[in-house]
Design a protein around this ligand. Structure first.
Ligand code: NAI
Ligand code: MG
Length: 338
């Protein structure tokens, strides 16, 4: 069956890195079709809204979207489109792999190969129960953790471990202090872990996790955690492997999945043709894994590694090359096709 993918070209460097990514996908001749949909500033200009209903409908129809970064306008009345998409499709699992690449600026060598699985729909990010006292001196925030939400994310992490041959899941929490919310998450995680005797499970408090990640990142395989901790930890992990230019992420729900780069629309380099396309390309590789084309996903990852290993001059400046977004994509496309 031909898979059609909803493509969001996005703002800033978005269209440039999407063109590069589709160039590589086309070189592999996977029989994918694309349907362009608008979101972000482009959509605001064309349709008068940041996230048109037709965009949501197309994503729902195909179940898969590849998304470039969007600029969220600063100011009243604009809420994050990314958060809106996650809510709308109940994309509960935020999956962010971090694997060392050769010849990057990372100071952690090549021993990192881990995946953060972050709960994406509840925790501190529910946007409810926020209060600032009338005199502006006190602010409070409600967190929500549910058995259902915890169970499905922990199960996702263990299933991911089984599917990808990974051996260990680390449950990251702060149940010693946040006894209600983090406590419930940990309790449910322990129950779910019982069902996966073949996968090692350990528990780690979030602050210690941060230190351990920097001291001995190679001890981690899959990390599963709640929304706020996962947001912070996954950026830390991107830093372990060479930064935002190489960090992809997937937002996965039962009926839809959206694959994207972790970085933003980089207005400072937009239009210059020098954006590194790798993060979006690695997100496309995750997408291929998700639609049952893991061989093709691996080919993309291997081609990126080979291009970095060769110190190919086609690499973009952030990776020490003198190339452009498209020269980099062409260097990768030659390797995936060959
Ligand atoms: P950013 O990630 O766009 O840029 C941070 C720095 O990294 C900049 O110096 C940029 O030039 C560099 N950079 C980012 N991606 C790069 C790439 N592929 N190649 C080379 N260099 C790259 O973060 P910033 O500046 O905080 O946000 C800019 C806009 O992006 C904002 O409007 C923000 O709301 C939006 N944003 C959107 C996201 C999304 O749609 N998923 C995620 C994060 C931010
Ligand atoms: Mg974040």
């Amino acid at each position: 069956m031909t898979q059609t993918i909803a493509v969001i070209r996005g703002d800033g460097i978005g269209p440039e890195i999407m063109e590069a990514t589709l160039h590589v996908l086309d070189a592999m001749q996977l029989g994918l079709r694309y349907e362009d949909v608008d979101a972000g500033m482009v959509a605001l200009e064309k349709h008068g809204e940041l996230l048109p209903a037709s965009t949501l409908e197309t994503i729902r129809k195909h179940g898969i979207a590849l998304k470039s970064p969007l600029t969220t306008p600063v100011g009243e009345g604009f809420s994050s489109i990314n958060v809106a998409l996650r809510r709308h499709f109940d994309l509960y699992a935020n999956v962010r792999p971090a694997k060392s690449f050769p010849n990057t600026k990372s100071r952690f060598g090549e021993g990192v190969d881990l995946i953060t699985v972050r709960e994406n729909t509840e925790g501190a990010y529910i946007g409810e129960g926020q209060m600032v006292s009338e005199d502006g001196q006190i602010a409070t925030l409600t967190q929500k953790v549910t058995r259902h939400g915890s169970e499905r994310i922990v199960r996702y992490a263990f299933e991911l471990a089984r599917r990808t041959g990974r051996r260990k899941v680390t449950v990251v929490h702060k149940a010693n202090i946040l006894k209600s919310t983090s406590g419930l998450f940990l309790k449910v995680a322990r129950e779910v872990a019982q069902e996966y005797a073949d996968i090692e499970c350990n528990e780690m408090i979030v602050d210690n996790t941060c230190m351990q990640l920097v001291m001995r990142p190679e001890q981690f395989d899959i990390i599963v955690t709640t929304n706020l901790f996962g947001d912070i930890i996954s950026d830390l992990c991107a830093g372990l492997v060479g930064g935002l230019g190489l960090a992809p992420g997937a937002n996965i729900g039962a009926d839809a999945a959206i694959f994207e780069a972790v970085h933003g629309s980089a207005p400072d380099i937009a239009g210059k043709g020098i954006a590194n396309p790798c993060a979006l390309l690695l997100a496309a590789a995750q997408m291929l894994d998700h639609i049952g084309k893991a061989d093709a996903g691996n080919r993309i990852r291997e081609a990126i590694v080979a291009t970095l290993e060769a110190k190919d001059p086609a690499l973009t400046p952030d990776l020490g090359g003198s190339g452009t977004t498209m020269s980099f994509a062409e260097a990768i496309a030659r390797r995936v096709a060959g």
